[in-house]
Design a protein around this ligand. Structure first.
Ligand code: K7E
Ligand code: CUA
Ligand code: CA
Length: 654
């Protein structure tokens, strides 16, 4: 059905507040139906509903709909470039994505834990080696669930070298090079399940000369028997979760820390001394209602210098066959602050994200089941570790009530925090200093300064450069979990909405809706000048390169056949080659075109071969020639006026 000219499309008034209330009610009802009301209704400690819960804003009204926004200001006209890259996880698609902001244009999908037949990830020998294979050469895993993307730092800001991303399903950490935007390493972390939070360190905890990322910290969300070898199957009291340190350069697992409770998101301090993780299941529950019995869970702090000294001193144990040294970070073993490796700061029940403020002073831990954010002081945590504070809870400097279902917090450069409110479907802006004053008893201090509706149910939210000391306070991107009626319907699986909010003024302004394929959890908004990419590879970078088109040939070694090929538009280096049925064939293809953007593809019908070679790049595939006949290997990537003619014959003798 076409929308006639004078008939307004249904989406003309997408911000109807009545509809938003309806959505909230249904969300709450759905959760109440699941038996979660006790966690949501209680909210504040006295058990009374909060102001926000009662339907009113804590101190500021939601941004008035209809306030004029000059949308064209946020457009990127033809021929112009975006100001930012947004690097985004792809959730259970297993990939990482790159968008431009403010345009929201999708530039690239980087396959990581998934198979991608466009580039041949999971198909070529080189990508299989990075992903990991079984003894027979098949992929060990071909699924993944990416949540958190965090780049490497130098001096408190991004250095454009790598970005790390987790796989929650199989407990793997991947590294993507930011110059080629391709995955170069994947490490499987032993002894854990539900590897969720990941964050690189920002400088060395001891050596002041090392002001760059050298470690990556990983939090495990699910408690399991350790080792998970079939013992203690149904004895949850013997399940544990571990904090893991991976070397950022070698990608080897350096050590692990056994904790009480579980871990979730990770944040690191700007001084390199601390890493922390929120924990929602301090109860060690195996069913969700058990996971919400305690009034408080914790934000666990890790004293990196002491942990590494303990590892060095051999105060470690091993789990099963894993070679990784493990130290004991449980409460009982760390009762004396002066020697403790860990500090469990109590926070309201079932917290979600934890984020470091760009001034390096605070960590904001969102309440999720509590309508609060807990602000913890970096300095006071260090003071606790020095024996200068009585209780871990004394490190808390503010706990403002901000609204229902707070999940993740981002920061600007003017002392404000922006927290996603999943249940309220809002972003709430709150002032850090006002929150601290209010916590100290100043009745005039109003932490909440603004709210804006988003559509709908936001998960993560990110400010431009907000996870660095170069936070610029320009944009907030809200990655929402539901889009419902925001886009043309496309069947049961809806896209998600990434909403761009201008935060440069006093009031937040919603300036764009971008549809994103499910399901980004986390995005990093990086200034474009930080990323320096390469367009063309050097043939010599690849040890198996076919260095000269004249070297194209077929070599046989028993039943193993290697075909050496080059590509140069519009031809491959051999017009045909012959193999015998039953041969194991390896094709090595080097692209000798050195012009930017001149990528070729290579596909063989009926053999599941399909991959690309970028300018100067070499890739290979291995398969069994088990079907006799003529097979036209052809270029899949449009490269030349004679692209369709760019093909060769593989002749398989019966
Ligand atoms: Cu909140 Cu995996 Cu960061 Cu999703 S997690 S939103
Ligand atoms: Cu080469 Cu198309
Ligand atoms: Ca809990």
């Amino acid at each position: 059905m076409a929308v006639s000219k004078n008939e307004a499309p249904a989406s003309a008034t997408p911000t109807d507040p009545a509809r938003r209330r309806f959505l909230n009610t249904t969300t709450l009802a759905g959760i109440a139906g699941a038996g979660l009301t006790m966690g949501l209704a209680g909210c504040n400690e006295s058990g009374k509903p909060t102001k926000a819960a009662a339907g009113g804003a804590a101190s500021a009204p939601a941004a008035a709909a209809g306030e004029a926004v000059e949308y064209s200001k946020y457009e990127v006209p033809p021929g112009q470039l975006d100001a930012y890259y947004a690097l985004s996880s792809g959730g259970h698609s297993g990939e990482v994505r790159i968008y431009g902001l403010p345009s929201g244009r999708l530039f690239k999908r980087i396959p990581v834990f998934n198979i991608d037949c466009l580039v041949g990830w999971g198909i070529t020998n080189e990508s299989k080696k990075i992903m990991g294979t079984n003894a027979d050469g098949s992929l060990k895993y071909f699924t993944g669930d990416t949540h958190h993307v965090h780049p490497t730092y130098t001096d408190g800001t991004y250095n454009g070298k790598y970005i790390f991303v987790n796989d929650k399903i199989h407990g793997r950490l991947a590294r993507v090079r930011l110059d080629t935007m391709e995955c170069d390493r994947i490490t499987e972390i032993p002894n854990v399940q539900g590897f969720h939070g990941v964050f690189p360190d920002k400088r060395d905890p001891v050596d002041a000369n090392i002001n760059s990322t050298t470690r990556v910290f990983c939090g495990a969300e699910f408690q399991i028997p350790t080792p998970n070898d079939g013992h203690d199957l149904d004895k949850p009291e013997n399940y544990f979760a571990l904090f893991t340190c991976v070397d950022a350069e070698t990608m080897e697992v350096r050590y692990q820390v056994k904790v009480d409770g579980n871990l979730d998101l990770i944040a690191t301090s700007y001084d390199g001394k601390l890493a922390c993780s929120n924990q929602y299941n301090s109860e060690n529950g195996v069913h969700y209602e058990q996971m919400m019995t305690a009034e408080r869970d914790a934000c666990v702090f890790f004293h990196i210098e002491r942990i590494e000294a303990a590892v060095k001193a051999g105060k470690t144990f091993r789990i099963g066959n894993s070679p990784v040294p493990v130290v004991d970070g449980r409460k009982a073993a760390n009762a004396d602050p002066k020697t403790a490796l860990t500090c469990y700061v109590p926070v309201p029940k079932n917290p979600h994200g934890v984020n470091a403020s760009p001034d390096g002073k605070y960590f904001a831990c969102s309440g999720k089941l509590s309508p609060t954010a807990t602000l913890i002081s970096n300095e006071l945590v260090l003071k606790w570790f020095d024996g200068g504070l009585k209780e871990p809870r004394d490190t808390v400097v503010a706990e403002p009530e901000i609204g229902l279902g707070p999940l993740h917090t981002a920061f600007d450069n003017r002392g404000n925090a922006y927290t996603t409110l999943f249940l309220d479907s809002q972003i709430v802006k709150w002032n850090v200093e006002a929150a601290i004053k209010s916590y100290q008893g100043d009745k005039n201090a109003k932490p909440v300064v603004d709210r804006i509706d988003v559509h709908y149910q936001p998960g993560h939210g990110f400010t431009s450069m907000g996870e660095t000391k170069e936070a610029d306070g320009k944009f907030f991107l809200s990655d929402n979990k539901f889009s419902k009626d925001r886009f043309l319907p496309v069947g049961p699986l809806h896209p998600e909405t990434a909403q761009l909010i201008d935060i440069s003024g006093d009031k937040m302004k919603l300036v764009a809706d971008h549809a994103v394929y499910s399901e980004p959890h986390d995005s990093i908004v990086i200034r474009r000048d930080i990323i320096k990419t390469r367009q063309v590879y050097d043939v010599a970078e690849f040890p198996n390169a076919v260095k000269d088109p004249k070297d194209c040939r077929v070599e046989r070694n028993g039943k193993k056949v290697t075909v050496y090929l080059t590509s140069q538009a519009p031809t491959f280096g051999l017009r045909e080659w012959t193999v015998k049925r039953g041969d194991e064939v390896t094709i090595i293809l080097t692209n000798h075109d050195k012009v930017q953007d001149l990528t070729h593809g290579f596909a063989i019908p009926k053999y599941n071969v399909n991959f690309i070679v970028n300018p100067g790049e070499t890739k290979s595939v291995t398969f069994k020639a088990d079907k006799p006949g003529v097979y036209w290997a052809y270029c899949t990537n449009f490269c030349h006026a004679l692209h369709l003619e760019m093909r060769s014959r593989m002749l398989v003798e019966a």
